[in-house]
Write a protein that binds this ligand. Structure first.
Ligand code: G4F
Length: 534
């Protein structure tokens, strides 16, 4: 590890005594950190990352030798370095994807990244200084239009216009370069062939742009991943300064560009839609926890109800006469509430049973009204309960999977719930975001039930979850308490998604017991890691 006071290439380090302490520290933690990093970064990359982690530790030993919280701190360092590493890999992929998107439907790209870069460099040389500048800021430096506007001293709208023009010119120059017969470029076997995805609409020849509200939630993150995989540029709207969940999205899906906006503030929505110039808007933002809506009914109405109206107004104002912005509204089976028929379809009357449900009914009809009044391509997805390991801990099936994991690890004794007799039609969130996207690819907008057609009571969810850890009789572990009950309950939901199957060609692929088992497994891993750290 180098001599006392000597330069070991690590920027200095501890003296001899501390160096010995460091060796002990290294010996104690090396194995655990290695397996942690290996799990997250994979076999090919872990060695380099572990070395970086201990380089940081080495430097720190000079300043703060071995405080008691070292283990926790060390995992923090490892987590950050793994995240940085992932980001840099993804940035590279993203750049490729962006370039691929620019050239979509027209040409194949060369095999190696280096070759692609030299081809791009040649095309860049043909651009004017202004075009060069805007592409450099937006594509290479990955600045948002607002940031690029601040650098260039113009409005975000001007950046948008310049950027679009520059992309068209870049594309022409790139194609002219290969067309001129660069032997090297033409000789390579194409590695990336960009084809329109099934059902993809031509978005005026440009890379399609999506705006997602509620990006930090389960559905927002799955949808962002789906759209990025389809070659979209995805913008996620986040609310509030230093929103802690924004960091989560950035770590998980770094390709998403985050933008500030609030569903309770129309002017912010107009600014967001102006800036992003989306082809598709997915309005997933809401106060989505039904029980909370009883204690904060006005806030719920404002965000989950009037928020829909504001977003549609922003789209109407910015989209102008020939409005090309397509809109998806996250409607919900909670609108059926006290159900009038079983199963529920698109024609079943609504009878909401909570402030959340009534706000969503308002959002549903507002969407319908903007479709009819302004010919906006606006669709409602009437989604039944859907879940995943990313589901919030407040919802019943995740509360159960997490508690079962903790009970199986001996970290918790009892799980306390409310009403065990209600039942829900549960699906997998990853399947459901696919239905959202399909709705916006149709020639005509519409309203669609998205469900599996199978319902599970809370008791049955308990059966499945406890069985996943080998417990058949869960009664000794489960208690009930009125605190978790609601003033009015929705007893039984089960949907009929025949229309979505027929019109969208959508099918749920993953069954609920499978998802739940995966959630329990995931929670065991999370809870075990947390307990080890503590
Ligand atoms: O998990 P939940 O809170 O979900 P809920 O009310 O069905 O709403 C979810 O699904 C809707 C789609 O239908 C979405 F629109 C909505 O945003 C959300 O995602 O409650 C499910 C059932 C309820 O009947 C509740 O009373 O489980 C019952 N339950 C029993 N004990 C409990 C608990 N729910 C929760 N959250 N916590 C309990 O301790």
């Amino acid at each position: 590890m180098g001599e006392e006071g000597g330069d070991d290439g690590l920027g200095g380090g501890p003296n001899t005594e501390d160096a010995r302490a460091f060796e002990g520290f290294y010996a104690n933690h090396c194995q655990a950190v290695t397996s942690y990093v290996r799990r997250r970064a994979g076999d090919a990359e872990f060695g380099d990352i572990v070395a970086q982690v201990f380089c940081v530790a080495w430097r720190r030993f000079d300043i703060v030798p071995s405080p008691p919280e070292d283990r926790l701190w060390l995992y923090g360092v490892a987590r950050r370095i793994v995240a940085d590493h992932r980001r840099s890999v993804l940035r590279r992929t993203k750049l490729r994807q962006r370039l691929a998107g620019e050239l979509a439907h027209t040409t194949d790209l060369p095999a190696s990244f280096e070759l692609l870069q030299s081809q791009v460099a040649a095309a860049m040389k043909r651009l004017s200084a202004r075009e060069h500048e805007v592409l450099r800021l937006v594509v290479w430096e990955e600045l948002s239009h607002a940031e690029a506007a601040a650098r260039l001293g113009c409005s975000p709208n001007a950046v948008e216009i310049r950027y679009r023009r520059a992309r068209v010119r870049f594309r022409a120059a790139f194609l002219a370069y290969t067309g001129a017969g660069s032997k090297e470029a033409l000789a390579v076997t194409p590695a990336i062939t960009v084809r329109p995805a099934a059902g993809e609409q031509p978005h005026g020849g440009h890379m399609p742009r999506a705006l997602i509200t509620g990006i930090t939630g389960q559905d927002g993150r799955y949808l962002a991943e789906l759209l990025i995989g389809k070659g979209y540029q995805v913008h996620g709207m986040v609310r509030g300064q230093a929103n802690p969940k924004a960091k989560l999205v950035q770590d998980e899906v770094p390709e998403v560009e985050l933008i500030d906006g609030d569903l309770t503030d129309l002017s912010s929505l107009i600014a967001v839609v102006e800036q992003v110039q989306p082809d598709e808007v997915y309005n997933l933002g809401a106060i989505s926890f039904v029980k909370l809506s009883f204690s904060q009914p006005e806030l719920t109405a404002n965000v989950s109800g009037s928020g829909v109206l504001r977003m549609l107004e922003a789209i109407r104002i910015v989209g102008g006469h020939d409005n090309r912005i397509r809109f998806y509204q996250a409607a919900t089976s909670e609108m059926f509430g006290e159900v009038h028929e079983v199963p529920q379809t698109e024609t079943t009357p609504f009878h909401p049973r909570s402030p959340y449900g009534t706000a969503k009914v308002f959002g549903y009809y507002t969407t319908l009204n903007y479709r009819e009044s302004y010919a906006i391509h606006a669709s409602n997805g009437i989604l039944f309960n859907h879940t995943s390991p990313r589901r919030g801990l407040e919802f019943v099936e995740r509360k159960i999977s997490n508690a079962v994991a903790r009970i199986s690890l001996g970290l918790q004794g009892t799980l306390t719930l409310g009403n065990l007799e209600t039942s829900r039609d549960f699906g997998y969130a990853g399947d459901y975001v696919e239905a959202m996207w399909r709705m916006l690819q149709q020639d005509e907008p519409g309203d669609f039930v998205v469900a599996t057609g199978r319902t599970w009571s809370v008791r049955e969810v308990l059966d499945l979850a406890f069985r996943a850890v080998g417990i058949e009789d869960w009664a000794p572990y489960v208690a009930t308490d009125g605190r978790f009950r609601r003033p009015a309950e929705v007893d039984h939901l089960v949907g009929d998604a025949s229309k979505a199957r027929a019109v969208l060609g959508w099918e749920p692929k993953v069954e609920f017991p499978q998802v739940l088992e995966e959630m329990v497994r995931n929670d065991i891993e999370l809870e075990r890691a947390k307990a080890n750290l503590e």
